[in-house]
Structure formats: structure tokens, C-alpha cells
Ligand binder design. Structure first.
Ligand code: SAM
Ligand code: SF4
Ligand code: F3S
Length: 461
């Protein structure tokens, strides 16, 4: 962790009474969004306010994602379009942060082909932001810092995007090296935060009125392994559950290779832990899983699902799936379809395989055409639609506890929220309920949400 007090006061001196409006946009996963909130926290210290409109900004920071090619292409498109903005306002400063810049070939490409960019900073170099800004303000030309500093999590005030939902990283990095995935290369090895820091952050958030705490890590199930083995993730959940207050705890992601019975037991035992598990399977074929280096078979995976469902047959599960991994056969894909029907997921996040240079899968032969991959994806989505339409009917007649997120985009006068089971619930209600818990009696089911009525008890809140 860099001490940047002196640099920040130099920046404040240089900028004087100049306007300081920043546009910070994060792409990718919630861990990256959480980094974006830290970037904003640092900028706030330097006197910046924030705008959602890049045309008003004096500083633009794009906090990028590298997980799939289309995520990167989107950023290149946006950076390209910023050339015009810079021409209109030459004092505009543009910085690129996040996972894309942690790949040296990308940092090179940005330097060479996008002269409108002033600096790039790596995923572990957030605390270098004041130095990079200072260099730019002094007119030193393009600068880059992709050093791995400390993770910077314990000291900076975050500018949180929501007043009732907060993300709390419990660990950083990933050790798993799934063969398709760039994350271990751009985020480094696993580092767990100290439990006392996590507990005090959650306690503080709850005292500020936050209702949902999302614990984040690429594989929360390996939390604590680098801390000498004194605490595991299920133990951390039990500790957090003791914090007083009306809130719930979610977490993601949970790698099936280390999803233990202790984890499942903790979910059932802790009343504040939401009753939902995101358990990314990636493929229904054990052969494909082996080539992905996932280190579990479909039988292992179904063993965890069986244990969860033996405790609650209706328990809500969601997953991630990759379609078209190199040389995925039609038979492999059929195995994925039958897994989806068999497990009855409430939701799927499915992606067509994207080749990431530097990963092991990028070297694997692949004879399946892009057309065929697209066809498989459409078939998978169709099967999931049927599964969820049928499966969501189990909620009809139940009363679900819902954290109200926003007004519904589908119907005037309606609200939208998520239940403990991570199901979207839509119902009629006043805007003042946003950010509150309500009880909703479910009367209808669609393939993407359930609908219902606020019960008497909660409509009086
Ligand atoms: N750590 C999480 C886990 O292991 O479940 C996943 C994090 S990753 C950021 C989110 C999802 O992106 C993965 O679960 C996977 O389905 C997908 N993904 C990762 N690399 C991909 C690639 N090269 N092509 C397509 N999808 C990919
Ligand atoms: Fe990527 Fe696998 Fe790590 Fe998840 S566990 S971030 S998929 S390497
Ligand atoms: Fe997340 Fe994308 Fe990086 S998914 S860790 S922002 S590559």
C-alpha cells in the first residue's frame, strides 16, 4: 500500500479551484465494481465529484474486464470514441484501469494505438492513481503502473453505488487456473483479508443501514487457506451471522471443488445467510470439466446438489455455463442440457467460449464452428426458459421476503426486488419501499420473475 498523502496535496495545489468531475465506469464482475468504488474513494480524497455523463468529465477512468473478447472489444470501442471528447476538451484526462491493463500486450496496444489515453494502471495498483494523475497533470506524457502493490482494501473509503446493498471482498486473486480463464493471470494469487477486518467492515455497514452484504471472491470456499488455516469460509459466515441487525448475507462465487457440507450446513444454520447458492458448473460433461481443469466430475457436483436438496428439495441454485469449449462434442453438450433439466436451476449465466491468449485452452484444437456454438447456446437458453417457467411455479402461494431494489421497468406503479432465494419478485408498491425488506405473497410465475402482493403486515411499514 502506497502512502499518497503528499502526492494528493500536490495535486490539490496544482488543480487549485479547477473543476474536478470524474466519470468512472466499471465493467465485468462485482469484484471489479468494488475496485471502481475504491477508485472513486481515492478520487473523492482528491476533491473530485462524480458525473454519469462523460461529456461533463474532467477525468475519465474506465475500469475494464478481460474475461471475454467481447468485453475487451467494447472497451476498445469506447476508448476509440473518446478521441473526439479529448479533441473538444484537451485538458480531459483519460485513464484505463482493471483487468485488461494487467495484460502487457493490451497495455502496449493502448499506448501505441490510443494516444488519447494518459495512463494505465493495473488491478493491484489502485493506490498508484494519485501518482499517475500527478504525472499527467505535470505533462509527463503516457504513464503506466502495473506493479502489484498491497490490496488497498483496509484503508480507503469507498464511494458505494447503493445505500442499501454493499459488496465486501473477502479475498482477492485466484489460484485455480481453469484452462479457459484469464482471471488468475490478471488478478494474481489468492490473498484472504483478515477476518477481523471483514467483520468490522460488515458491522459498520449494517450500522449505516445496509440491508444486503455481498461477500466476494473468485472462490470464497478457499477463503482463509492462506491465513494459516485458523478460519474457513463457513466459519466466517457463522461469525458474520452473529452481527446484530436486520440484514442478509450473500456470497459468490463458490467453486464446486471445495463446496463442502460445512458450507451448506452454515447456509441452513445461519438465518441471515440468503437461501440461495450460486454454484458454477461450467459444463455437464466430466470430460470437458477435466480439460477445463475444474477438478470435479459431474458425479462430485451432483453429490453436493443432492446434499443441498436432501435438506431442502426446493433450494434455489444458479450456475455459470460455458458453451463451445474447444472440441465440445454434441454429446458433451447434450450432457449439459440434461444437467440443466436435472438440477432445475433458477437461473443460468451462460457464455459462448471466448479464446483468451495466454491461457491453456487457447492452445487446444477446436473443430466446432462458431455457427454451431451459437445454435447450442440458443438451445440451452430455450431449455432453461422451460425449466425456470416450470420451476418458478413452486413459489406460488408462498410468502417471500424481498429486498426492494427499484421501480419496475415493466409496469407503472410496480416495484422490483430480489427474494432471499435470489428470485426477481415484482409487485405493486410505493417508491418509498426501495431499500426496505417487504413480505410478498406470490400469485404468479413467469420465466424470469415471480409476481405477487405485499402482505398486510409489511405494507404498513
Ligand atoms: N471464479 C468464478 C468461478 O470459478 O465460478 C468465475 C468467475 S468468471 C469472472 C465468471 C464466469 O465467466 C465463469 O464462471 C465462466 O462461466 C465465464 N468465463 C470465464 N472465462 C471465460 C471464457 N474464456 N469464455 C467464456 N466464458 C468465460
Ligand atoms: Fe477463473 Fe476458474 Fe479462477 Fe473462477 S476459479 S476465476 S473460472 S480460474
Ligand atoms: Fe472480473 Fe472481468 Fe476481471 S470478470 S476479475 S473484471 S476479467
Amino acid at each position: 500500500m502506497k502512502d499518497n498523502t503528499a502526492v494528493i496535496s500536490e495535486i490539490n495545489g496544482l488543480l487549485g479551484s479547477n473543476t474536478r468531475r470524474a466519470y468512472v465506469r466499471s465493467f465485468g464482475c462485482q469484484l471489479n465494481v468494488s475496485d471502481g468504488e475504491k477508485i472513486q474513494g481515492l478520487l473523492k480524497k482528491m476533491g473530485y465529484s462524480f458525473t454519469e455523463n462523460e461529456h461533463e468529465a474532467d477525468l475519465i477512468i474506465l475500469n475494464t474486464c478481460a474475461v471475454r473478447e467481447n468485453a475487451e472489444d467494447r472497451v476498445y470501442g469506447i476508448v476509440g470514441s473518446m478521441k473526439k471528447l479529448k479533441e473538444l476538451k484537451p485538458s480531459l484526462i483519460i485513464g484505463i484501469a482493471g483487468c485488461m491493463t494487467a495484460q502487457s500486450h493490451v497495455a502496449e496496444k493502448i499506448k501505441k494505438s490510443y494516444p488519447q489515453v494518459d495512463f494505465v494502471m493495473g488491478t493491484s495498483a489502485i493506490s498508484a492513481l494519485p501518482d499517475l494523475l500527478l504525472e499527467t497533470l505535470k505533462g509527463s506524457g503516457f504513464s503506466a503502473d502495473i506493479t502489484e502493490y498491497d490490496d488497498f482494501s483496509e484503508t480507503v473509503e469507498q464511494v458505494r453505488g447503493s445505500s442499501f446493498k454493499a459488496s465486501v471482498p473477502v479475498m482477492f486473486g485466484c489460484n485455480n487456473f481453469c484452462t479457459y480463464c484469464i482471471v488468475p493471470y490478471v488478478r494474481g494469487r489468492e490473498r484472504s483479508r483478515r477476518p477481523e477486518d471483514i467483520i468490522s467492515e460488515v458491522r459498520q455497514l449494517v450500522s449505516e443501514g445496509y440491508k444486503e452484504i455481498m461477500l466476494l471472491g473468485q472462490n470464497v470456499n478457499s477463503y482463509g487457506k492462506d491465513l494459516g488455516g485458523d478460519i474457513s469460509f463457513p466459519q466466517l459466515l457463522r461469525e458474520l451471522n452473529k452481527i446484530e441487525g436486520d440484514f442478509w448475507i450473500r456470497f459468490m462465487s463458490s467453486h464446486p471443488k471445495d463446496a463442502s457440507r460445512e458450507l451448506i450446513d452454515a447456509i441452513f444454520d445461519c438465518e441471515k445467510v440468503a437461501k440461495h447458492l450460486h454454484l458454477p458448473v461450467q459444463s455437464g460433461s466430466s470430460e470437458v470439466l477435466a480439460r477445463m481443469n475444474r477438478r470435479y466430475t459431474i458425479e462430485d457436483y451432483l453429490g453436493i446438489v443432492d446434499y443441498i436438496r436432501s435438506r431442502d428439495p426446493d433450494f434455489s441454485l444458479t450456475t455459470d455455463l460455458i458453451v463451445g469449449f474447444p472440441d465440445e462434442t454434441d454429446e458433451d453438450f447434450r450432457a449439459t442440457l440434461s444437467l440443466v433439466k436435472n438440477v432445475r436451476y433458477d437461473n443460468l449465466y451462460s457464455f459462448i467460449y471466448s479464446k483468451r491468449s495466454g491461457t491453456r485452452a487457447a492452445e487446444m484444437p477446436d473443430s466446432t464452428s462458431e455457427e454451431e456454438k451459437g445454435r447450442r447456446m440458443r438451445e440451452l437458453l430455450e431449455v432453461q426458459r422451460e425449466v425456470s417457467t416450470e420451476h418458478y411455479k413452486r413459489f406460488i402461494g408462498r410468502t417471500m421476503r424481498v429486498l426492494v431494489d427499484d421501480v419496475s421497468k415493466k409496469k407503472e406503479g410496480w416495484l422490483t426486488g430480489k427474494s432471499s432465494e435470489f428470485i426477481i419478485v415484482e409487485f405493486e408498491g410505493a417508491d418509498s419501499l426501495i431499500g426496505q425488506f417487504v413480505d410478498v405473497e406470490i400469485t404468479g410465475a413467469m420465466n424470469w420473475a415471480v409476481t405477487g402482493k405485499i402482505t398486510e403486515r409489511d405494507s404498513s411499514k
